[in-house]
Design a protein around this ligand. Structure first.
Ligand code: PHE
Length: 329
């Protein structure tokens, strides 16, 4: 019995001296002092001793238990106060760990800039579905069935009547059908084209559609608005030109080019948008009296605008999600 007590005291002492963590103190407390701990076990052993040995060992055990308890509490207190101290030793002047925050995608930044400019001109922002019907994408915009104009845009058909919209113009028709003029709307969104992927074209890109319908809207207002817009976005000295073009839903129609001058290379014109006066047939088809109202519309490409402004020469890079590219903006 005596040997057993001595052994336990010895073990206890070496364990408590090496306790360096809160958990270890808990472990020791459990191992020695809990109801099924080593000391409780010793008290169990007492029962097997003879009558005259019992009081002697009982006393010794009680004394040992109290001493070990006191040692334990002393070490624990010592440990706790040291640790408190070390938390005051923190150097609060050290710089914190660097957090890597994401940034807005450059296409989103361009979109925000474009929205801001048109909001300043009194345009409101709308959206429409990307999964669109043939009816809104083509028919309501004066693309007759089987008309070759449909081939201008290679379409991803989902079935006979539904497709991924090839432009944001179907939302023009939706707005005309649901809203009484005046309508002054900007409609940003994704569009899809089934084209061969190259540096110049991707199967997915972003447009911002514009639509203004009111009494006596003129072509001069259209050009005035777009020139103002180009100067706001590219700067006062931007070189632009309006080039006659064709769209089934506008008449007359035009495209706007911006002069692209990479450093040390020969410059060229790059198209950024299509526009025109809303064709009276389109107004009528969508329930607006073309005797009373006129309107203009335009659709510009967000990727193109961004590529021109920042000198990016491959559209695919926007969709690669390469951080080395994205971090530059
Ligand atoms: N929807 C046309 C396109 O994607 C652009 C456009 C919009 C042209 C509005 C005229 C008016 O090419």
């Amino acid at each position: 019995m005596l040997d057993k007590i001595e052994q336990i005291v010895k073990n206890f002492n070496s364990e408590i001296e090496n306790a360096t963590q809160k958990d270890i103190f808990e472990e020791i407390r459990n191992k020695y002092f809990s109801r099924k701990g080593l000391i409780a076990e010793l008290f169990e052993d007492l029962k097997q001793l003879s009558k005259d040995e019992k009081p002697k060992y009982g006393q010794l055990l009680n004394q040992t238990k109290n001493e070990l308890n006191a040692i334990f509490e002393k070490y624990l207190e010592n440990y706790s106060s040291k640790n408190l101290e070390s938390s005051f030793n923190l150097d609060l002047t050290l710089p914190s760990k660097k957090k890597n925050l994401g940034t807005k995608h450059i296409l989103n930044q361009t979109l925000l800039e474009i929205k801001d400019i048109f909001k300043g001109l009194g345009f409101s922002i709308y959206d429409g579905p990307e999964l669109e019907s043939d009816y809104y994408n083509f028919e309501a915009l004066n693309f007759p069935k089987d008309h070759p104009a449909r081939d201008m845009q290679d379409t991803f058909f989902v079935n006979k009547n539904f497709l991924l919209r090839t432009h944001t113009s179907p939302v023009q028709a939706r707005l005309m059908q649901s809203t009484k003029p005046p309508i002054r709307a900007i409609i940003p969104g994704k569009v899809y084209r089934n084209e061969a992927i190259s540096a110049k074209s991707y199967c997915l890109f972003h447009q911002v559609e514009g639509l203004f319908i009111d009494k006596d809207v003129t072509f001069a207002e259209l050009t005035g608005t777009l020139i103002y817009f180009a100067k706001q976005y590219f700067g006062e000295n931007v070189k632009y030109r309006f080039r006659p073009s064709f769209f089934p839903f506008t008449e007359p129609s035009s495209e706007v080019d911006i002069w692209w001058q990479p450093k040390g290379k020969t410059g060229r014109w790059l198209e950024i948008l299509g526009c025109g006066m809303v064709d009276p047939n389109v107004l009528e088809f969508n329930g607006i009296d073309s005797e009373e109202y006129t309107g203009y519309a335009f659709g510009l490409g967000i990727e193109r605008m961004t590529m021109l402004k920042y000198g990016i020469d491959d559209i695919r890079i926007f969709f690669d999600n390469d951080k080395r590219f994205l971090k530059q903006f």
